[in-house]
Design a binder for this molecule. Structure first.
Ligand code: 0L1
Ligand code: MG
Length: 262
């Protein structure tokens, strides 16, 4: 680690305040170019601890930047991992207040819910499928706290991977009954299809993103507990949204899920 505890705490407070006040900021590596990934995840953990101390619950985990489309869109080369707090949750068909966000975008995802713990190292797609209770469609609303969505991987990890809101819904299906590589998704904005893809866009198989998360946590002596909701990452590039927009995700064989922006 390159940063001391006081700096980690200060950066966590800064980034979380930007989130809560919907204010943007330059990326933190401008000030701390030598910070490493351990520092970045320590800042994310400190943000999580601040929320828990305030009475929020952590209701899920996420993988981000898991598709080539997203990596190309953001100019990065590796996946990242974050968490979902209780107030990020939007009910199916519910509203997201744009005034609470900076510059939201939506992305189509496959959500996993586990029924057994997953622990790395050595976690693989087979272990993930065996430990998955069901999968279902999810829309993630991302909202980087960095000005103009301009960041590098360490800055985005510290910023809890731009996590902001999410909705899950549609039809929950046992993972073994769906070919998650060929499953097709259509993202619609105001009734118009705006992005299309198939599950294989996520690291060849969305379960591979969950295995990567288990392996990353395993390296720290942690595991994904049974009953965890995990968003496996955007299948397409992210689509900007504004007040008045209605977004629907249709996933082949799994129904649809929607939200609105007001
Ligand atoms: O969930 C995601 O893929 C987002 C990861 C962070 C990068 C971004 O803000 O696009
Ligand atoms: Mg995402």
């Amino acid at each position: 680690m390159k940063l001391d505890q006081a700096t980690i705490a200060r950066l966590a407070e800064h980034l979380e305040t930007c989130e809560l006040e919907a204010r943007d900021t330059p990326k933190i590596t401008d000030e701390f170019p030598d910070m490493d990934f351990e520092d970045a995840y320590a800042i994310q953990d400190a943000i999580r601890a601040r929320k828990i101390a305030r009475g929020n619950r952590i209701v899920g985990l996420k993988a981000g930047l898991t598709s080539h489309a997203k990596m190309k869109q953001m100019g990065v080369t590796e996946p990242v991992f974050g968490f979902m707090a209780d107030y990020y949750t939007v009910p199916e068909g519910g509203e997201v207040k744009v005034s609470e966000l900076i510059h939201p975008k939506v992305e189509p995802e496959i959500a996993f819910v586990t029924k057994a713990p997953l622990k790395g190292p050595g976690c693989h797609i087979g272990a993930v499928l065996a430990a998955t209770d069901f999968v279902l469609p999810g829309i993630e609303v991302i909202d980087s706290r960095y000005r103009d969505f301009k960041f590098d991987l360490k800055s985005v990890v510290a910023d809890n991977t731009s996590a902001a809101r999410y909705v899950i819904g549609g039809m929950a299906r046992p993972a073994k009954e769906v070919d998650l590589r060929t499953v097709g998704v259509v993202l619609e904005k105001n009734g118009e299809p705006v992005a299309f893809g198939a599950g294989a866009a996520v690291l060849g198989h969305p379960a591979a993103a969950i295995a990567m998360l288990a392996n990353m946590l395993g390296a720290k002596g942690e595991e994904i507990p049974a009953g965890t909701l995990i968003l496996s990452g955007g299948i397409t590039e992210a689509v900007p949204v504004a007040a008045g927009d209605a977004v629907t995700l249709r996933v082949q064989g799994m129904g649809s899920v929607s939200l609105r922006f007001c």
